[in-house]
Design a protein around this ligand. Sequence first.
Ligand SMILES: C[S@@+](CC[C@H](N)C(=O)[O-])C[C@H]1O[C@@H](n2cnc3c(N)ncnc32)[C@H](O)[C@@H]1O
Length: 297
Amino acid sequence: MAESRPAVESPEVWTVARILDATTPFLKQHGSDTPRLDAQILLAFVRKCSRIELYTNFNTPLTDAERAQMRDLVKRRSQAEPVAYLVGHREFFSLNFKVTKDVLIPRPDTETLVLEALEFAKTLVTPRILDLCTGSGCIAVSLAVSQPAAVCTVTDISPAALQIAQENAKTHKVADRMEFLEGDLFAAIPGEARFDLIVSNPPYVPEGEIAALDPDVRNHEPLSALKAGSDGMLFLNPIIEQAGHYLTTGGLLALETGVEQAPLTAKALEAHSEFTEVRTVKDTGGRPRVILARRVG
Ligand SMILES: C[S@@+](CC[C@H](N)C(=O)[O-])C[C@H]1O[C@@H](n2cnc3c(N)ncnc32)[C@H](O)[C@@H]1O
């Protein structure tokens, strides 16, 4: 939507428009790639309104309390703190997810994994789904919302992350179809449990690449959600090794990986006797990021 400017604006008054105009170049100068959007999201949060409502209130002066809160948030954003952590939520798969510093901020790239998993889940009457390394729960909750008959088990090694996943499940009214287990990958899953679909977006950043990540990610997101050994396969390899045991015949394993881990993951699955129909899917940016494989009969 085009921003309609106020006809007359007093330079002394800190209106919505003036705050946005002052904040945008400041955030740009401090490294934000989306300074106007950041400023709008932060100001909408401060004013407890939608971004659209900012457009219709361009002339409205901010209260002293709003200005003080905005000043604090803009300062933190200028130090690369992600907007999602500042406002406490992020949209994923058209759903709003609570996020704190205990969870990775859901990425649009991960929607590719959800879409692929959903295509498969749709073919089943009551899909039993396992989401390993659930974090905010964005993958499992999106699947449970889209598939009202699905039942999901989710695991994470972080109790704080599981707490957020549980809150998100409650918000989206799917908690009664979800089970939350704390543990290392499959450790908390009973040996006799079987799933039609196992999804995971595990940590996959090689240790040597952590230092080169954007400061937003490196300094603010949990490193335990990112770091994955020298080649990024520290979690993907054991998942590939153990998933076959927990999948039903014909069940699907759907993994998100980094670009470098995609061919390694595909190769490991192709070499594994329990898997067939290995397929690599590109994300919306055209990069190979999702690997799928079916459990042989
Ligand atoms: C890349 S984040 C993915 C979060 C979420 N699934 C998403 O797509 O946004 C990886 C998650 O794996 C969890 N994790 C790290 N090591 C783990 C382990 N050994 N077992 C289970 N979860 C683990 C982290 O706590 C983090 O929540």
